[in-house]
Design a protein. Sequence first.
Length: 201
Amino acid sequence: MEDGTAFCPSCSAPQIRVTATAPITETLPSVATSQGESFPEANAIQWSQALPSAALAGLIAACLMFIPLGAFGLGMIAAGVFALVFYRRRHSFGHLTPGMGARLGALSGTFGFAFFAVFTAIEVLVFHSGGQLRAALLEAVQQSASRTSDPQAQQVLDYLKSPPGLALVMGIGLAVTFVIFLLLSSAGGAVTAVLLRRREK
Protein backbone atom coordinates (compact mmCIF):
# COMPACT_ATOMS: atom_id res chain seq x y z
CA MET A 1 0.00 0.00 0.00
CA GLU A 2 1.29 3.40 -0.90
CA ASP A 3 1.03 6.28 1.49
CA GLY A 4 -2.00 8.47 0.85
CA THR A 5 -4.17 5.65 -0.50
CA ALA A 6 -7.61 5.97 1.04
CA PHE A 7 -8.96 2.48 0.10
CA CYS A 8 -7.42 -0.90 -0.56
CA PRO A 9 -7.46 -1.63 -4.33
CA SER A 10 -8.19 -5.32 -3.65
CA CYS A 11 -10.95 -5.27 -1.01
CA SER A 12 -11.86 -1.54 -0.93
CA ALA A 13 -11.28 -1.43 2.84
CA PRO A 14 -10.66 2.12 4.13
CA GLN A 15 -7.15 2.74 5.23
CA ILE A 16 -7.38 4.73 8.48
CA ARG A 17 -4.30 5.58 10.41
CA VAL A 18 -4.50 7.09 13.88
CA THR A 19 -1.44 8.69 15.35
CA ALA A 20 -1.35 8.73 19.13
CA THR A 21 -0.21 11.99 20.65
CA ALA A 22 0.72 12.85 24.18
CA PRO A 23 -2.10 14.40 26.20
CA ILE A 24 -1.98 18.17 26.34
CA THR A 25 -2.26 19.58 29.80
CA GLU A 26 -3.34 23.16 29.88
CA THR A 27 -1.84 25.16 32.63
CA LEU A 28 -3.96 28.07 33.62
CA PRO A 29 -1.93 31.12 34.50
CA SER A 30 -2.35 32.45 37.98
CA VAL A 31 -4.42 35.55 38.13
CA ALA A 32 -2.37 38.40 39.49
CA THR A 33 -3.41 41.70 40.90
CA SER A 34 -1.74 45.05 40.55
CA GLN A 35 0.18 44.27 43.77
CA GLY A 36 1.52 41.02 42.30
CA GLU A 37 -0.67 38.72 44.41
CA SER A 38 -1.70 35.38 42.92
CA PHE A 39 -5.15 33.79 43.04
CA PRO A 40 -4.37 31.06 45.64
CA GLU A 41 -3.63 33.82 48.13
CA ALA A 42 -6.74 35.84 47.27
CA ASN A 43 -8.78 34.58 50.22
CA ALA A 44 -6.03 35.22 52.77
CA ILE A 45 -5.55 38.50 54.59
CA GLN A 46 -2.78 40.53 53.00
CA TRP A 47 -1.26 42.00 56.14
CA SER A 48 0.82 44.53 54.23
CA GLN A 49 -2.49 46.10 53.21
CA ALA A 50 -4.38 45.27 56.41
CA LEU A 51 -2.03 46.97 58.87
CA PRO A 52 -2.25 50.52 57.45
CA SER A 53 -6.01 50.10 56.92
CA ALA A 54 -6.53 48.97 60.52
CA ALA A 55 -4.28 51.72 61.89
CA LEU A 56 -6.18 54.44 60.03
CA ALA A 57 -9.51 52.98 61.13
CA GLY A 58 -8.29 52.81 64.72
CA LEU A 59 -7.22 56.45 64.62
CA ILE A 60 -10.66 57.54 63.38
CA ALA A 61 -12.36 55.37 66.02
CA ALA A 62 -10.22 56.89 68.80
CA CYS A 63 -11.24 60.38 67.69
CA LEU A 64 -14.89 59.33 67.63
CA MET A 65 -14.58 58.17 71.24
CA PHE A 66 -14.37 61.80 72.36
CA ILE A 67 -17.78 62.70 71.00
CA PRO A 68 -20.97 61.74 72.89
CA LEU A 69 -22.24 59.07 70.50
CA GLY A 70 -18.78 57.60 69.98
CA ALA A 71 -18.26 56.98 73.66
CA PHE A 72 -21.40 54.79 73.74
CA GLY A 73 -19.86 52.23 71.42
CA LEU A 74 -20.28 53.85 68.02
CA GLY A 75 -16.58 54.63 67.77
CA MET A 76 -15.66 51.05 68.65
CA ILE A 77 -17.98 49.59 66.02
CA ALA A 78 -16.72 52.13 63.51
CA ALA A 79 -13.19 50.76 63.93
CA GLY A 80 -14.20 47.44 62.39
CA VAL A 81 -16.34 49.04 59.70
CA PHE A 82 -13.67 51.47 58.52
CA ALA A 83 -10.99 48.76 58.62
CA LEU A 84 -12.94 46.63 56.13
CA VAL A 85 -13.76 49.60 53.88
CA PHE A 86 -10.16 50.80 53.76
CA TYR A 87 -8.83 47.27 53.26
CA ARG A 88 -11.22 46.65 50.36
CA ARG A 89 -10.03 49.84 48.67
CA ARG A 90 -6.41 48.74 48.97
CA HIS A 91 -7.02 45.09 48.14
CA SER A 92 -10.04 44.65 45.88
CA PHE A 93 -9.11 41.13 44.78
CA GLY A 94 -10.54 38.08 46.59
CA HIS A 95 -13.42 37.53 48.98
CA LEU A 96 -13.83 38.68 52.56
CA THR A 97 -15.29 36.15 54.98
CA PRO A 98 -16.87 37.03 58.35
CA GLY A 99 -13.86 35.47 60.07
CA MET A 100 -11.48 37.69 58.13
CA GLY A 101 -13.66 40.68 58.91
CA ALA A 102 -13.61 39.85 62.62
CA ARG A 103 -9.80 39.57 62.63
CA LEU A 104 -9.40 42.87 60.80
CA GLY A 105 -11.91 44.44 63.16
CA ALA A 106 -10.03 43.15 66.21
CA LEU A 107 -6.79 44.55 64.79
CA SER A 108 -8.36 47.95 64.22
CA GLY A 109 -9.85 47.79 67.73
CA THR A 110 -6.39 47.21 69.17
CA PHE A 111 -5.06 50.22 67.30
CA GLY A 112 -8.11 52.24 68.32
CA PHE A 113 -7.67 51.47 72.01
CA ALA A 114 -3.96 52.31 71.83
CA PHE A 115 -4.69 55.69 70.22
CA PHE A 116 -7.51 56.33 72.69
CA ALA A 117 -5.23 55.61 75.66
CA VAL A 118 -2.55 57.94 74.27
CA PHE A 119 -5.07 60.73 73.64
CA THR A 120 -6.50 60.31 77.13
CA ALA A 121 -3.04 60.52 78.68
CA ILE A 122 -2.28 63.68 76.67
CA GLU A 123 -5.58 65.19 77.79
CA VAL A 124 -4.77 64.47 81.44
CA LEU A 125 -1.25 65.88 81.19
CA VAL A 126 -1.92 68.92 79.01
CA PHE A 127 -5.38 69.97 80.10
CA HIS A 128 -4.95 68.80 83.72
CA SER A 129 -8.18 66.83 83.64
CA GLY A 130 -6.78 64.23 86.03
CA GLY A 131 -8.32 66.03 88.99
CA GLN A 132 -11.76 65.89 87.41
CA LEU A 133 -11.36 62.20 86.66
CA ARG A 134 -10.23 61.50 90.23
CA ALA A 135 -13.19 63.46 91.60
CA ALA A 136 -15.60 61.50 89.41
CA LEU A 137 -14.12 58.20 90.61
CA LEU A 138 -14.32 59.30 94.24
CA GLU A 139 -17.94 60.31 93.80
CA ALA A 140 -18.77 56.93 92.28
CA VAL A 141 -17.06 55.11 95.14
CA GLN A 142 -18.82 57.24 97.76
CA GLN A 143 -22.19 56.57 96.16
CA SER A 144 -21.47 52.85 96.30
CA ALA A 145 -20.38 53.16 99.94
CA SER A 146 -23.63 54.88 100.89
CA ARG A 147 -25.66 51.97 99.53
CA THR A 148 -24.15 49.27 101.74
CA SER A 149 -23.59 48.77 105.46
CA ASP A 150 -21.44 45.63 105.22
CA PRO A 151 -18.16 46.21 107.17
CA GLN A 152 -16.09 44.23 104.67
CA ALA A 153 -17.57 46.14 101.77
CA GLN A 154 -16.84 49.39 103.59
CA GLN A 155 -13.19 48.37 103.97
CA VAL A 156 -12.94 47.63 100.25
CA LEU A 157 -14.56 50.95 99.36
CA ASP A 158 -12.24 52.80 101.77
CA TYR A 159 -9.27 51.20 100.00
CA LEU A 160 -10.65 52.26 96.63
CA LYS A 161 -10.72 55.86 97.88
CA SER A 162 -6.96 55.77 98.44
CA PRO A 163 -4.51 56.61 95.60
CA PRO A 164 -3.55 52.94 95.05
CA GLY A 165 -7.24 52.03 95.00
CA LEU A 166 -8.04 54.72 92.45
CA ALA A 167 -5.15 53.52 90.28
CA LEU A 168 -6.59 49.99 90.51
CA VAL A 169 -10.03 51.25 89.47
CA MET A 170 -8.52 53.10 86.49
CA GLY A 171 -6.57 50.00 85.47
CA ILE A 172 -9.68 47.84 85.61
CA GLY A 173 -11.58 50.46 83.64
CA LEU A 174 -8.94 50.48 80.91
CA ALA A 175 -8.93 46.68 80.74
CA VAL A 176 -12.73 46.58 80.41
CA THR A 177 -12.58 49.29 77.74
CA PHE A 178 -10.01 47.26 75.79
CA VAL A 179 -12.17 44.11 75.90
CA ILE A 180 -15.25 46.05 74.78
CA PHE A 181 -13.19 47.67 72.01
CA LEU A 182 -12.16 44.23 70.72
CA LEU A 183 -15.66 42.77 70.89
CA LEU A 184 -17.47 45.65 69.20
CA SER A 185 -14.82 46.26 66.54
CA SER A 186 -14.72 42.52 65.71
CA ALA A 187 -18.50 42.48 65.40
CA GLY A 188 -18.41 45.57 63.19
CA GLY A 189 -15.79 43.96 60.95
CA ALA A 190 -17.68 40.67 60.65
CA VAL A 191 -20.99 42.35 59.78
CA THR A 192 -19.29 44.65 57.27
CA ALA A 193 -17.63 41.66 55.58
CA VAL A 194 -21.04 40.01 55.13
CA LEU A 195 -22.55 43.20 53.70
CA LEU A 196 -19.64 43.75 51.31
CA ARG A 197 -19.82 40.16 50.11
CA ARG A 198 -23.54 40.45 49.40
CA ARG A 199 -22.96 43.70 47.55
CA GLU A 200 -20.26 42.12 45.37
CA LYS A 201 -22.51 39.19 44.51
